[in-house]
Design a protein around this ligand. Structure first.
Ligand code: HEM
Ligand SMILES: [Cu+2]
Length: 564
């Protein structure tokens, strides 16, 4: 027998439970002052799950308003506030904090480290992000009071100039919007630097770059992309505040500025942002799919190369959001072609996931179901994306519900589906309890059905000419029935999310005990106890292949024999 025939516990230390029960105030204090990457990760995840419910409620109110023509539930002004807050919240307070929270929790465990490279910066970044969310939602309390839905921003999550100039947006709503994004943006930058430093310098012995789990690889890539995208966004917010308060004229056409400057800055951030959100979703799929079909991921080096490729290409395509602002036809042609180029690395990834599934012994657990839903929906989103990248098509469909349907296919069909997959997959690691599978399947099926009812139908509304961001419509346009269908789908998704929330809370108290490795997985986080002790591993692990736990469990057929 080789040296690898020891159990996980002998190799990496026994499970150590560090539960110390104090008074409520003591444990609250412990959470507030924590610098432990796992606790911070959990704080991010709770924070963003809370805002998922808030922004989901905003979406539902919008859909109730649009369920039939001439509805009076929301006034035009309140509708504008809701779509601005919904979009801003989903991107900045749900998507990014959730994903970075996951990175925070998993990355150090996966590379066999004790913590992040800069634990205090890590805590500081979280509290900055949290303060950003507070600033944004504080705007609801200002001005006209709660019933008038306060002074919440109403300029769209893209906040196009000159609508954000003081003459068009008096009051402080727009300031809250800009300040919130500046503050949480600094938090995000701190986390990105931290993740890069951690991955570069804290990997355990034997973990070369090409042995890193793909999850960790994607977080390296995504953190680098974050640095170069949040920076222009933050710069633009400062320019906006300078225009509003210090007599600047960056975006003021009357005084030699240009509103195009805003649009460029915004989309130089905004397009890669889509990949900042979707690549962590890829990262999740890269872990979940192989484990539940009992095969190593197909084409690991190609997956790494494709991720790096996506990072570079996504930086050169932003102006496909601007086909209709009157750029030259040469620019339009350039951005059409560069956009289509993103299809190549993305295609490689989809191909490799399918090749991994091929011939595998698939276990249809809840996390796996969510990943399969993701694959299917991401493929469709890619196809409608190619349609939109053709600039004459875009002239027809721009700012219609077709675009809303397309980007919700990416943001919900890919990102949110993978977020759910990740929650079911790593919940047992973080809590020691399994989430209930029956409720999980109800959640999956209801959410998937609701998703398709809502967003498939929206494509047709777009083709029939329904523009986005309208608070109501005339009854004679032929949109009534389809709008009702869309809203019903939204309600079904809402019910599914409530089932999830119930399961999430209940499993914490009543769930089955998970054990260290409930899914029979193979990366390092599954070698330590569930939940992991404060210092993660009793002994710093040493790895010999891409699947260290597999090697321990299968000493007769370890990976390192093939990987050299
Ligand atoms: C699950 C149910 C959801 C429904 C029913 C829904 C519905 C809507 C509606 C009705 C709009 C307004 C369109 C308009 O009038 O311009 C909208 C906008 C938007 N949604 Fe969602 N949404 C959902 C989930 C999400 C998620 C999960 C995300 C992101 C992760 C997201 C991101 C956005 C963004 C960025 C906008 C653009 C806001 C703007 O135009 O300023 N949505 N959504
Ligand atoms: Cu884009």
């Amino acid at each position: 027998m080789s040296d690898y025939s020891v159990s996980a516990h002998e190799a990496f230390g026994p499970p150590v439970s560090v539960k110390k029960r104090g008074t409520f105030l003591e444990s609250l204090h412990a959470w507030v002052v924590t610098v432990d990457h796992k606790r911070l990760g959990i704080l991010y995840i709770l924070y963003s799950t809370f805002f998922l419910l808030v922004a989901g409620a905003e979406a539902l109110l919008m859909r109730l308003q649009l369920a039939y023509p001439h509805n009076q539930l929301l006034s035009p002004q309140v509708y504008n506030r809701f779509f601005t807050m919904h979009g801003t919240t989903m991107v900045f307070l749900v998507g990014m904090p959730f994903l970075f929270g996951f990175g925070n929790y998993i990355v150090p465990l996966q590379i066999g480290a004790r913590d992040m490279a800069f634990p205090r910066l890590n805590a500081f970044s979280f509290w900055l992000t949290a303060f950003g969310g507070l600033l944004l939602y504080y705007s609801f309390l200002g001005g006209g009071g709660l019933y008038g839905v306060g002074n919440a921003p109403d300029v769209g999550w893209f906040a196009y100039a000159p609508l954000t100039a003081r003459s068009f947006s008096p009051g402080h709503a727009t300031d809250y919007w800009a300040l919130a994004l500046i503050v949480s943006g600094f938090g995000t930058l701190g986390t990105a630097v931290n993740i890069i430093a951690t991955i570069v310098s804290m990997r355990c012995k034997g973990m070369t770059l090409m042995r890193m789990p793909l999850f960790t690889w994607l977080f390296l890539v995504v953190s680098m992309l974050t640095l170069v995208t949040i920076t222009p966004l933050t710069a633009a917010q400062f320019m906006l505040l300078i225009d509003r308060y210090l007599g600047g004229h960056f975006f003021d056409t009357q005084a030699g500025g240009s509103s195009l400057v805003w649009i460029h800055f915004f989309w130089i951030f905004g397009h890669p942002e889509v990949y900042v959100l979707v690549m962590p979703a890829f990262a999740i799929a890269n872990e979940v799919i192989p484990v539940f079909c009992r095969k190593a991921i197909f084409g690991y080096p190609a997956m790494v190369a494709a991720s790096v490729g996506i990072m570079f290409v996504s930086l050169g395509v932003w102006a496909h959001h601007m086909f209709t602002v009157g750029m030259t036809s040469v620019s339009n042609a350039f951005f059409t072609l560069s956009t289509m180029l993103v299809g190549v690395p993305t295609g490689i990834k989809i191909f490799n996931w399918i090749a991994t599934l091929w011939g595998g012994r698939i276990r249809f657990t809840t996390p796996m179901l969510f990943c399969i839903g993701f694959l299917f929906q991401f493929l469709i989103a890619g196809l409608t994306g190619i349609m939109l990248s053709v600039s004459p098509w875009d002239w027809q469909l721009h700012n219609s519900y077709f675009v809303i349907a397309h980007f919700h296919y990416v943001l919900v069909g890919a990102v949110v589906f993978c977020i759910f997959a990740a929650l079911y997959f790593w919940y047992p690691k973080a809590t020691g309890k399994l989430m209930d599978e029956t409720l999980g399947k109800w959640h999956f099926w209801l959410f998937t059905i609701g998703f398709h009812i809502t967003f498939d139908t929206m494509h047709f509304l777009g083709l029939l000419g329904m523009p986005r961001s309208i608070y109501t419509y005339q009854p004679d346009r032929g949109w009534n029935f389809l709008n009702l269908i869309v809203s019903i789908g939204g309600v079904i998704q809402g019910i599914a999310v409530l089932i999830f929330a119930f399961n999430f809370v209940r499993s914490y108290f009543r769930g089955k005990i998970a054990g260290d490795d409930p899914w029979d997985a193979w990366t390092l986080e599954w070698t330590t106890s569930s939940p992991p002790p404060a210092y993660n591993f009793e002994q710093t692990p040493e790895v010999h292949s891409r699947r260290p736990l597999w090697d321990l469990k299968h000493p007769d057929d370890p990976d390192w024999e093939y990987e050299a």
